[in-house]
Design a protein around this ligand. Structure first.
Ligand code: PEP
Ligand code: MN
Length: 592
């Protein structure tokens, strides 16, 4: 719906209001106020406060007309101090404002990512960037009151070993340069803020339309129940019985009250509506405390990255004896341990959910990998591939971008929300790769590099083990056994073509390995038709065949401009070829 106008807007004058927020100029709260004022055609005079409660004090004492506080973040969760402050004071809530947080790592001019030893930011913001920060193990994380202060202080210190996580706007304001972008763990990184005024507000704030003026309203409450079986269920069933949707629920122990739990809940609707009031009446009977924080204009949820939930189907066929020449007790399929599932980030491989991984043979540039990640996600791919260390037949061929490629792949993952797979070629790369890649690939040429298998077996990261081009199925299973026996149960096998006398295709894609492996092992089996045939136009049919024969997923090479690919150009698909193949695959049933 469109926002109703304030009296001043209708009269054609600009309303100026003092708006209190936590932080200084350049903080996200400051930016939110600026964007909201612009959208509403009003002018805010921002009043920075040192922490959350002083924002409420400024409003209640009349020093500010409005106040703004953050209450939750999509990655880091509830911002307790925001809810607590709103709950503690009598305030008139007006609107929620949801903002996508686009964090940047900033430094003074001349600073480099490698040279950083300390990164300052708001503690919630540091939590939102946990995956990125774990790729910088030698860097100390320093919590400071807000992102504006982080940027200001780093700029004032002029020290190239210090960085700040803040917005691009903060970079401009304080003369900092951007060392890394898209550093939050997920692109759907939204923070919700609440705009409020004093009850019975006088002056300009009185002209700001109340929450009732809006069609969609939301109410925040805090309630407490005894720590007993069924107590929370009884409270929640009241909302269900009145057709009220609970859009957020978060628990915390109730300080000073033994054996009670408090919950913050956001419920769609307005306390002044009859049905809502009745629900609250009933809720009082099943709770030990109930406090309505307030009703406010509910923001339209911003668009999110689309994700299809996987269908979980588990079959547990009887034990199958493996007529093996080598022994692989851990890889062998038996009894109830019939089918393993391997979680790679938010993707489950091996559960009757068909997983499509797309991406270039090698990461070549920031533009290339970001564009490919977008195209893969848009087409329905759920994971991004990209080699940073490339095993090339000739030492003169492009060897990959190395660690720079790993960092670019991680950035593309954060920007698209897709987990990543990349090849690890040597033992000394394993630990650092495991910090930023979601699925470690062991390439065909390294399938029997036993020390490397042991090294990835010691990590907690899932491993994609490719079949060697001259390896038998039993040898592939014995290689998997090396990883499993080191304690890492998360192994996915990959058929990628073997060497035969046939020269019409790059390799001979051995699709018969899929049913054989499904019979012999509980590990998920993927197929890589790109390396299997090596010729663009035959990849589509082999993708369909692989799905039909029972593969749990596909690894497919795709490139923004296949003709220019620095590696495996003949087999790289265009974005539209890739999207077409994904559409065609939907017509083939997934084998469970
Ligand atoms: C790759 O996936 O780009 C690759 C090098 O694969 P393989 O090890 O199967 O040749
Ligand atoms: Mn390749």
């Amino acid at each position: 719906m469109t926002s109703p106008n304030t009296a001043a807007e209708t009269a054609g004058t600009t309303l100026t209001m003092t708006a209190a927020f936590e932080g200084i100029e350049g903080s996200y709260s400051h930016a939110v106020l600026g964007a909201y004022a612009q959208r509403r055609g009003v002018t805010f005079a921002p009043l920075g406060c040192a922490s959350y409660r002083p924002v409420a004090h400024a409003v209640l004492s009349g020093r500010a007309d409005l106040g703004l506080l953050p209450i939750d973040n999509a990655i880091a969760g509830t911002i307790r101090e925001g809810y607590d402050t709103l709950a503690e004071y009598e305030l008139d809530l007006l609107a929620e404002i949801t903002m996508r947080m686009e964090h940047r790592l900033l430094g003074v001019p001349g600073a480099t990512l490698e040279g950083l030893r300390e990164i300052d930011s708001h503690p919630i913001v540091l939590a939102e960037c946990g995956r990125f920060l774990s790729t910088l193990p030698d860097v100390r994380r320093v919590p400071v009151p807000d992102t504006g202060i982080a940027a200001r202080d780093v700029a004032a210190a002029g020290d190239p070993s210090r960085g700040a996580i803040a917005s691009s706007e903060a970079a401009q304001r304080y003369g900092l340069v951007e060392l890394a972008a898209t550093i939050a763990d997920h692109p759907d990184n939204f923070t919700r803020f609440i705009l409020f005024r004093a009850p019975n507000a006088q002056g300009p704030a009185a002209e700001f339309e109340p929450a009732e003026a809006y069609a969609d309203r939301k109410t925040s409450i805090v309630f407490a129940v005894p720590d007993l079986p069924g107590a929370l269920g009884r409270a929640l069933s009241v909302f269900g019985a009145h057709g009220l949707n609970v859009s957020k629920l978060d628990s915390k122990s109730r300080l000073g009250a033994d054996s009670q739990y408090a919950f913050y809940a956001d419920v769609d609707g307005d306390v002044r509506d009859e049905g809502f009031a009745m629900a609250l009446q009933e809720l009082r009977d099943v709770t030990v405390a109930l406090h309505v924080i307030g009703t406010y204009d509910a923001a339209t949820a911003p668009p999110r990255i689309r994700r299809e939930p996987g269908v979980i189907v588990d079959t547990a066929p009887a034990a199958i004896p493996a007529p093996a020449k080598v022994s692989f007790p851990r890889a062998q399929r038996q009894g109830e341990h019939a089918r393993s599932r391997v979680a790679v980030g938010n993707v489950i491989v091996g559960d009757g959910n068909f997983v499509i991984i797309g991406g270039p043979c090698s990461v070549e540039s920031r533009e290339q990998i970001l564009a490919t990640a977008d195209a893969v996600a848009a087409a329905g791919g759920v994971m991004l591939r990209g080699g940073a260390f490339k095993p090339r037949t000739s030492p003169y061929a492009f060897q990959g971008l190395g660690w720079e490629g790993v960092a670019l792949l991680a950035e593309a993952s954060r920007a698209s929300g897709l987990p990543t797979v990349s090849e690890v070629m040597s033992i000394d790369q394993v630990e650092r790769m495991a910090a930023s890649v979601d699925l470690l690939q062991i390439g065909a040429r390294n399938m029997q590099n036993f020390d490397l298998l042991k090294a990835v077996g010691k990590t907690a990261r899932p491993v994609l083990l490719k079949r060697g081009m001259a390896a038998s199925i039993d040898e592939l299973l014995a290689a998997a056994e090396y990883i499993l026996s080191e304690g890492n149960p998360n192994v996915i096998l990959c058929e990628r073509g073997i060497r035969t006398f046939e020269t019409a295709t790059r390799n001979t894609l051995d699709l018969s390995a899929v049913p054989v492996l499904r019979e012999r092992t509980h590990l998920p089996v993927m197929v890589d038709p790109s390396h299997g045939v090596g010729v663009r136009r035959w990849i589509g049919p082999l993708c369909r065949a692989a799905k039909a024969v029972g593969a749990h997923g596909l690894l497919i090479e795709v490139h923004p401009n296949p003709a220019e690919a620095k590696c495996d150009a003949d087999q790289a698909l265009t974005f539209s070829d890739f999207a077409q193949i994904v559409r065609e695959l939907a017509t083939i049933p997934t084998m469970t």
